[in-house]
Design a protein around this ligand. Structure first.
Ligand SMILES: Nc1nc2c(c(=O)[nH]1)N[C@H]1C(S)=C(S)[C@@H](COP(=O)(O)OP(=O)(O)OC[C@H]3O[C@@H](n4cnc5c(=O)[nH]c(N)nc54)[C@H](O)[C@@H]3O)O[C@H]1N2
Ligand SMILES: Nc1nc2c(c(=O)[nH]1)N[C@H]1C(S)=C(S)[C@@H](COP(=O)(O)OP(=O)(O)OC[C@H]3O[C@@H](n4cnc5c(=O)[nH]c(N)nc54)[C@H](O)[C@@H]3O)O[C@H]1N2
Ligand code: SF4
Ligand SMILES: [Mo]
Length: 702
């Protein structure tokens, strides 16, 4: 075996990208004089953030030499996690995989990946599950994130790239409609493009049950009832037909299926839509006229519209509207979704998803299986079939469900999953749990082995940002002694499982070479992208099939990606949420994010400046509802859903609808929002209904 080698620390400050969200701000870290750079600067030359960062980016280097960082593998011994050698820990994991396979079959070994992983790691994790272990059961946290938007995009356009244009196009859009997205908090530096849009005379409309930081910037704010975006979109299309705003020429030449959709929306007259959504006719008419008469207009979707058991159909309802108005493919126009995780886009393209192979190929399509198998040097029939989706995979952990051992890479599933009490008990019933993470978190409480890994600033690799721009994560800082990379772990485990020859990669660029071949000819084609090109061109947009191909910043100008080149309308109708408020559980409970914290909080709860700014979650409640329950600001409120209870301090605010309560999901104790959330899933994307639970107030205390 070749020894691990580290390049000497870089001599000068290095350009890299933020560890957190899909905006992937360019940042310049350190001056090269120290192993653990304390300083970070926004990269003024990266054309997406242009030097800006949010508070999470500014404080991100705190995590590099954090006192709570795990720097030695941990193995559970008599109930306690104790330090162990890498060999002992890796042997333990490999033994567990072998044992599980021998006793229960390969599908009893599960993998859970992440949109936080580089393309190289996501790719290798998918290959590892299929080739080194042979299990069907791999999925990842992007299922909780982008899966509804992805399924809608694929169904309509034949391709899933969150934004079909660079963010700079926002500046030129005459109208932008944000549906269930709060980028002022979740992608703060994107605001520069909305500010330019405004300066250019553009208008912004926002649909959200809360008057968010983003809604406050809007020229039109529709404070809709949770879970009714689909009805709202159909209502807008009804009015577009009535007002003659449909672009007949575009519908005829570039799309298929409009007639069925037109018939479906005939019942969505404004009074009906107002009853469902709480949004009145005047606002609907104003919005559809804006969208239908603008020279350029965008509809951008966020998790508020997508994290529902009707998420895919909701996405398609807005795509139907965009298509009817002739927007996709027009300059500075179209439908897009704002991707969430750092590599949420690349992470959903390269085979860590249960139904997928690299390059957005599908594991159930024979030609796709043959391509991946040829690159991997295995017979196509040896590849497993489609496995379980994220929540279903976690729900199947333990003897009852049949998945007996699990490896988690890049997710704190114990906090991020719906009905977390149930998932907690599933995790605790595993024969073996391995977690690869730089830190302990709520999930590692159940782990038998914790493998401490590099953080972003200590590794090389590529990420694909929310625009589909493939960028480079660069090594800035020497990792602490004792930690290893995710790729090293997969190589070492493969060797122990007798598949070392197929995982003999000693660095991300070696993986990237194979990865490019694996994606060649797929929908997400990276074959023409090289590390050198990314350096030279400030990123390369996929699809990019050849080294002399310029990459594709803008999609759909001439054709869509279905075989016939047409975009597909799809008729969708409003339906109830998995759980609607009733007499026993009268409130909508919905969830989302703070600017200061990231996802499960596993990272940002360790950053002093962030916990100081937001030490705990609060419950947004309208003054009318608070008055009825005699709740004063700051009082602790206990909520109950059919799954469990959670407690939050009250934040009494007129900015939320009176029928709705809101809390973020960044915490994992008694204040964990996911104790309340239910297990309804979208039938197509298998997205959980994170944005609606029916709850009641069961108690208050000082
Ligand atoms: N600060 C910060 N930034 C982040 C993250 C983070 O955790 N913190 N996470 C990253 C990730 S992984 C993601 S996915 C993105 C998410 O980015 P966003 O989609 O902007 O985030 P959310 O806050 O989950 O949801 C957006 C809005 O949906 C609203 N909403 C709730 N229910 C409904 C509904 O039924 N309809 C509509 N129209 N709106 C509704 C909520 O009130 C909320 O304001 O952010 C990324 N950026
Ligand atoms: N109620 C509710 N629940 C939600 C949501 C919601 O809006 N409401 N949103 C959902 C969404 S959109 C998402 S994306 C999920 C996110 O929730 P999670 O899947 O829990 O994601 P993170 O909190 O980002 O966890 C990332 C973990 O990976 C580790 N990590 C980071 N980088 C790496 C790496 O390169 N390698 C390895 N091995 N580990 C790494 C971090 O230390 C951290 O422990 O939550 C979902 N859950
Ligand atoms: S917006 Fe996203 S990528 Fe930029 S600094 Fe903040 S968390 Fe990092
Ligand atoms: Mo996400």
């Amino acid at each position: 075996m070749r020894p691990l080698q580290f390049a000497p620390p870089p001599a000068l400050a290095v350009r890299t990208h933020c560890p957190y969200c899909a905006y992937q701000c360019g940042m310049i870290v350190g001056d090269g004089s120290s192993d653990a750079p304390a300083g970070v600067q926004g990269d003024p030359h990266f054309p997406v953030n242009n030097g800006q960062l949010c508070i999470k980016g500014w404080t991100s280097t705190t995590l590099l030499r954090h006192p709570e960082r795990v720097t030695t593998p941990l193995v559970r011994h008599r109930g306690e996690l104790r330090g162990a050698s890498w060999d002992a820990a890796l042997d333990d994991v490999a033994d567990a995989v072998r044992r599980t396979k021998a006793e229960h079959g390969a599908d009893a070994v599960g993998f859970f990946g992440s949109g936080a992983l580089t393309n190289e790691t996501a790719y290798l994790l998918g290959k590892f599950a299929r080739v080194a272990v042979g299990t069907a059961n791999i999925d990842y946290n992007g299922r909780y994130c982008m899966s509804s938007a992805a399924a809608g995009g694929n169904r309509a356009f034949g391709i899933d790239r969150g934004l079909p244009f660079p963010v700079e196009d926002i500046a030129d859009a005459e109208v932008v409609l944000l549906v269930g997205s709060n980028p002022a908090d979740t992608l703060p530096p994107i605001s520069q493009w909305f500010e330019r849009q405004k300066r250019n005379g553009g208008r912004l409309a926002v649909i959200d049950p809360r008057k968010t930081a983003t809604a406050k910037l809007a020229d039109l704010f529709l404070q809709a009832t949770p879970g009714t975006d689909l009805a709202l979109a159909n209502g807008l299309l009804y009015l577009a037909v009535e007002e003659g705003l449909v672009n007949a020429e575009y519908v005829r030449t570039r799309t298929a299926g409009f007639d069925a959709v037109r018939r479906t929306v005939l019942t969505y007259h404004p009074a009906h839509v107002e009853r469902l959504t709480g949004v009145g006719e005047a606002a609907l008419r104003k919005l559809v006229r804006w969208l239908g008469t603008a020279r350029s207009a965008m509809i951008l979707s966020g998790r508020g519209a997508e994290q529902h058991s009707k998420g895919v159909d909701t996405v398609h309802a807005f795509i139907n509207l965009a298509l009817a108005l002739g927007l996709p493919g027009k300059p500075a126009s179209g439908w897009g979704c704002l991707t969430g995780q750092g590599n949420g886009q690349g992470g959903r393209e390269h085979g860590q998803k249960a139904d997928q192979l690299p390059g957005y190929r599908l594991i159930e399509v024979e030609a796709h299986r043959r391509h991946a198998a040829a690159v991997w040097g295995v017979p196509p029939e040896s590849l497993p079939r489609k496995g379980k989706s994220a929540f279903e995979l976690l729900d199947a952990l333990g003897p009852a469900g049949g998945i007996r051992s699990l490896l988690v890479m890049g997710s704190n599933v114990a906090v991020a999953s719906p009905d977390m009490t149930r998932i907690d008990s599933r995790l605790s019933s595993l024969d073996h749990l391995t977690v690869c993470d730089p830190f302990l978190n709520e999930t590692t409480r159940h782990a038998h082995v914790v493998l401490p890994v590099y953080q972003w600033a200590e590794e090389e690799g590529t990420m694909t940002n929310l625009e589909g721009r493939v960028i480079r994560r660069r090594r800035v800082s020497r990792p602490p002694t004792g930690v290893r990379g995710d790729l090293d772990i997969l190589r070492e485990l493969a060797e122990r499982l007798g598949h070392g020859d197929k995982f003999d990669f000693y660095g991300p660029s070696e993986v990237f070479d194979e990865f490019r071949r694996a994606t060649a000819g797929g929908a997400a084609d990276y074959a023409g992208i090289t590390y050198e090109r990314i350096d030279r061109e400030d990123g390369v947009f996929w699809p990019c099939p050849a080294e002399d191909h310029p990459g594709t910043p803008r999609l759909f100008a001439d054709r869509f990606h279905h075989a016939d080149g047409m975009a597909k309308f799809f008729p969708v109708t409003h339906r109830a949420a998995g759980e609607e408020p009733d007499a026993s559980y009268p409130f909508f409970f919905t969830t989302g994010r703070y600017r200061e914290h990231y996802n499960s909080g596993a990272q940002t709860r360790l950053v002093g400046a962030l916990t100081k700014a937001k030490p705990a979650p609060t419950l947004q409640i309208h003054p009318a509802a608070a008055g009825r329950h005699r709740i004063r600001p700051g009082q602790m409120v206990t909520l109950e859903s059919r799954r469990g209870r959670a407690e939050f301090a009250a934040e009494v605010t007129p900015e939320i609808r009176p029928d709705t309560l809101f809390a973020p999901f960044h915490w994992g104790g008694r204040d964990a929002a996911n104790r309340l959330i239910g297990t309804a899933l979208d039938p197509t994307s298998r997205m959980p209904e994170f944005k609606i639970a029916a709850v009641r107030i069961v108690g208050t205390s000082a």
